[in-house]
Design a binder for this molecule. Structure first.
Ligand code: MOS
Length: 705
């Protein structure tokens, strides 16, 4: 009963350190990931699927000869476009595999081999002979691609914006920065490769497709697959109890998920396991498009902006459109009366680009924040002062007031902690032995998002304990832990009194773990369910009573622009003989609303900073335009920052709570750490050497010129 009295503020779970509730499961190896599920979960006698992938970038499949493969003792079946189950709907060209003979990109799935063991499946795949009628392809993003204007950019934003007279303002500006900035193709590379386990069965008089999928959103998988398979949503059950990261690449189902569903369709109930290899991930499970940003900034002599233009060129795929919203942050970041943004796409014979941590903000803020550094240099104004001078009174994009825009406080707090005061204004003034030393700063921002359509259930278990359930997925971020904390406070009990169930489409609907919106969206649904539960059942409910409720819309979203902000500070050391760049110090200071759990939040923010550092210095997927595929297909040739690259990286946040945005007070933290970070590193490298690099990853050769 004491649990149910109102607990003092210091006993509240939100805002305090809480060990990961699934830590013991993970470190002891008991946590089962997608294809690890076995008999305990009804997975009996599974078959294994291997992908056969196109070796040409464009054309038609003329022949699939499976005879040698089928002669392999372990191989059970080979599916291709002539014998695979038909789909009801093929509008999603990425998922509509094996429906016709067309090849849209190199690495596309052209056949599936089902076998008794993974080894037999792999050998069987190597024995399938595929003939092609090859056509000329275009697989390289270049400034001279033919482009088109998409109707909208991800997720549903305007393609172009145009306000005032940018050209006239630039013509009369005292100072103009006019440059192209580029970001590389990047692959998300979560620790756990994509994987799906699927089987068809009967529940009463209806067919049901069951899946364990390594996904960021179980409900999203159902929404994507069910109509294509001619099923009602209730006929597909997807679970994802443990997921080893996603970084956006598991935010939407990619073609391997459909491959597993189609393969399982043919096995008379035997489950199939499809584990994508690391190499295959570079071909078909999503990546960040390369971007080319043409930025023009016009300013008065003191750096006050009069015009901002950001014109973006990037790629999409012939099989399905994806339009990265690269200029989106430019629309709301700084004040200027004349402003224009645009996005144009080159439709290439390549796999479909998709979400990767801060799609839009990450490449866009690289361009914008390096351009701002160039403007600061051109005007002889400190980069922090320049940003302060261009603070908008209201959101330039929506015209609404910002709720808690604390960018300047982040810049000042970071400057104090980083020692910005002692920074020499001129570049290439500090050396330490063979190393030029410099520092740089960049702003960060990310929109606060809450997705619609979330619900949660609270069930009294008796003795002050509660089962709380929602179909949300914890991809390793700590969602299970922070939702337990939010549920505990909402029900006014200790976190130990909460049994949280997640990641199953049989639980109340939940939005994707994406857009830094998970905690806001799911947490708000849990608070709504807890409040309704208390209203319905009082403080001492009988065991067995339950309430399900949805989160209501937030009317304040009509009134305010909700964004998080941050300031990233980097020190770069550049070897004067080799051009090697090291980043001994990286610091981010953020305004993100209430931090629900300081431990998991710190991990998210530092993880974002490391990923930004990695983008600045290392990450690039090298596409061989002659053949159309990505040749860097492993973590040796696609280098992700490792321990030796990551030195002193830290993140902190301003004390605040945004209860106008969410009842728990948070605005989301998953992505902002990567935003602006590569720009801070590039700006520091400029300050060290006096050489301006406008593309990432920064290469040693560019700094030696
Ligand atoms: Mo995140 S890239 O929105 O999954």
């Amino acid at each position: 009963m004491t649990e149910q009295a109102t607990r003092p503020v210091e006993a509240r779970a939100i805002g305090s350190h809480h060990d990961r509730v699934d830590g013991p499961e993970k470190v002891t190896g008991r946590a089962a990931y997608a294809v690890e599920h076995g008999e305990a979960d009804g997975v009996i006698d599974p078959l294994h699927v291997w992908l056969v992938q196109s070796t040409v970038a464009k054309g038609r499949v003329t022949r699939v000869d499976s005879a040698a493969s089928l002669a392999h003792p372990g191989v059970v079946a080979v599916l291709d476009h002539t014998n695979a189950p038909r789909l009801d709907d093929t509008d999603n060209g990425e998922l509509a595999i094996l429906q016709d003979d067309r090849v849209g990109f190199r690495g596309q799935i052209v056949a599936l081999v089902l076998a008794e063991t993974p080894e037999a499946a792999r050998e069987g795949a190597a024995l399938v002979a595929v003939g092609y009628d090859q056509e000329p392809h275009e697989a390289e993003l270049r400034v001279d691609n033919a482009t088109y204007r998409p109707d909208q950019v991800n997720p549903a934003m305007e393609t172009d914006t145009d306000e005032g007279d940018v050209d006239a303002a630039l013509a009369s500006a005292d100072v103009v920065v006019d440059q192209d900035y580029r970001t590389a193709y990047e692959h998300n590379n979560p620790l756990e490769p994509h994987a799906t386990l699927a089987w068809w069965g009967q529940e009463g008089d209806r067919e049901v497709l069951s899946m364990f999928d390594s996904t960021q959103g179980v409900h999203g998988v159902v929404q994507a697959l069910a109509p294509m398979l001619g099923l009602q949503p209730e006929q597909v059950r997807v679970r994802a109890p443990y997921v080893g990261g996603g970084f956006g690449s598991k935010g939407e189902a990619h073609s391997h998920v459909m491959a597993a569903a189609l393969a399982a369709r043919t096995t008379h109930g035997r489950p199939v396991k499809l584990a994508v290899t690391r190499q295959q991930m570079f071909a078909l499970t999503g990546y960040r498009t390369a971007t080319i940003s043409h930025v023009r900034l016009g300013a008065a002599a003191d750096g006050t902006l009069v015009a901002i233009e950001h014109a973006v060129q990037e790629q999409t795929s012939v099989v399905r459109e994806f339009a990265e919203q690269t200029a989106a942050p430019t629309r709301m970041m700084y004040a200027a009366p004349n402003r224009r943004t645009s996005h144009r796409l080159a439709r290439l014979d390549v796999a479909v680009p998709s979400w990767m941590r801060a799609p839009g903000e990450m490449p866009g803020m690289f361009a914008h924040e390096v351009a701002m550094d160039e403007l600061a240099v051109a005007c002889g104004v400190d980069p922090i002062v320049l940003r302060e001078r261009n603070e908008p009174d209201i959101d330039p994009e929506s015209g609404k007031p910002f709720h808690q825009r604390r960018l300047v406080e982040c810049l000042h707090r970071g400057a104090d902690r980083f020692g910005w005061e002692d920074r020499p204004p001129e570049p290439r003034t500090t050396a330490d032995g063979d190393w030029w030393v410099g520092t740089g700063v960049a702003s960060a921002t990310y929109p606060a998002m809450r997705s619609p359509g979330n619900a949660a259930r609270v069930l009294a278990l008796g003795k002050g304990r509660y089962a709380v359930s929602i179909g949300a997925v914890d991809i390793g971020t700590g969602a299970r832990t922070v939702l337990t904390q939010i549920a505990a406070d909402a029900l006014d009990v200790s976190p130990a009194a909460i049994d949280l169930a997640i990641a199953d489409t049989r639980l109340p609907a939940a939005s994707v773990a994406g857009g830094s919106s998970g905690t806001s969206s799911w947490g708000t649904a849990i608070v709504a369910a807890a409040q309704r539960f208390r209203a319905d059942h009082g403080p001492s409910p009988d065991a067995g009573v339950e309430t399900t409720a949805s989160a209501a819309d937030n009317p304040a979203e009509e009134e305010f622009a909700f964004h998080s902000f941050g300031a990233v500070f980097a020190e770069a050391r550049v070897n004067r003989w080799t051009g090697e760049v090291r980043v001994p110090r990286l610091l981010g200071v953020y305004s993100v609303g209430r931090v629900i759990n300081p431990m998991t939040a710190h991990s998210q923010l530092v993880g974002g900073l490391v990923m930004g550092l990695s983008a600045a210095l290392f990450e690039t997927s090298y596409r061989d335009a002659r053949f159309g595929h990505v040749v860097t297909q492993d973590l040796a040739t696609y280098h992700v920052a490792s321990h030796a690259d990551v030195l002193d990286v830290d993140a902190e946040w301003l004390e605040e709570s945004d209860q106008v945005f969410t009842p728990a007070g948070g605005r989301g933290i998953g992505e902002i750490g990567i935003v602006g970070t590569a720009a801070a590193v590039a700006n520091a490298a400029f300050h060290a050497t006096g050489t301006r690099v406008r593309s990432i990853p920064i290469t040693a050769g560019e700094l030696l010129d």
